[in-house]
Design a protein around this ligand. Sequence first.
Ligand code: PMT
Length: 409
Amino acid sequence: MPLSGKRILLGVTGGIAAYKTAHLIRLLIKEGAEVKVIMTTSALSFIAPLTLATLSKGAVYHAFFDKNTGEWTNHVELGNWADLMVIAPLSANTLAKMAVGQSDNLLLCTYLSCTCPVLVAPAMDLDMYQHPAVRQNLATLRQHGIEVMEAATGELASGLSGQGRMPEPEDILSAVFTFFRPSGSPLTGKKIMITAGPTREAMDPVRYISNHSSGKMGISLAEKAAERGAQVTLILGPSSLNARHPSIQTIPVSTAIEMYEQAKKSHAQSDIAIFTAAVSDYRPESPSSEKIKKKDDKLSLTLVKNPDIARNLGQEKKPGQVHVGFALETDEGSGSASNKLKTKNFDFIVLNSLLDPEAGFQKDTNQVTFIDKTGKSQKSQVLKKEELASKILDKIEVFFQTTEPQENR
Ligand code: PMT
């Protein structure tokens, strides 16, 4: 179990999302962690300590002194016990106190005295979350070395909708995994640029040319890479999906040209570039500024070539950089994929063919053939996109496991 023997101190502050910590504790325990809980007084109004004590199979602390026994809760000991302190949900009030070092409750004293890493998952109403004071406090925490997850977007307890929800317990668990990932993944600290999703090319203000890419494959790669400690820049075409890991910076784009501009910016600093995006090869030459009216039986549209992002950046590839491409084909495709591998200067290419029923656009699964520069090819089983992402990253890791230049680069 990935969290076996890991000691996690969970701080719960007052907010409706406190009820979700019951699920978070279950997830942590299921992964083998030992969990102790500290609650602020206002958290007690949102979830019963007995619930959290039962699920964590341990004591739940909230006061310095137990009135019945007269015993003192030693916050220094609690802080020393933990391998990681997680504060979820983190209210605006506790956030402000953490930022200035206030210590008027057990949770804050423990926070100030603990020496382990700290991960926080803020939750508050959307306007509070955007308030400059709150943004400043979050930035202060980051400066203090705290791992701050961004709040999730969606329905809020106030009835409003926006950014302010506590990240889902599953997402907090992924962030916890990152802390305990065995060090030594060659991807730790590496900068990875990933293009993902479709692009949209306007015909007029109403219509566009695009494709069926959902962004799932690229987002899975981004999340798995972040879990291995990489700093990921995800350049994502229009998608209803989000990457959630705190080490992923998502840059939303719409057109191929926008994707290219952003990719050029991050490519020079990247150790690895993965080209998952389904980029429109062509765009309308002169998009109409007004909606094109229905007139004749036929409508001709002149298309011009978009920049080939992978090919252009392949020409700028520096020694030591690794480039991985995808090829989407509607036939068996190994000939075209091998050709793309060469012309785009990839280190290896991941071929998916729409002939395989479990492969390609929008599905949760994929089935691919890996082709490397020596011409060696290997077809995978049907895999979940997350599992395939891990396999691709395992292959990339091999390029960084030796200091000798790779024959294949
Ligand atoms: O997003 P999902 O719904 O999960 O679907 C995943 C996927 C099917 C989109 C993905 O697995 C995939 O195959 N991505 C590549 C799709 C594609 O455009 O393939 P291609 O054979 O046309 O392009 C070859 C390579 O060049 C790709 O790495 C592509 O990103 C890149 N390219 C292509 C054209 C262009 N103008 N710029 C590029 O960078």
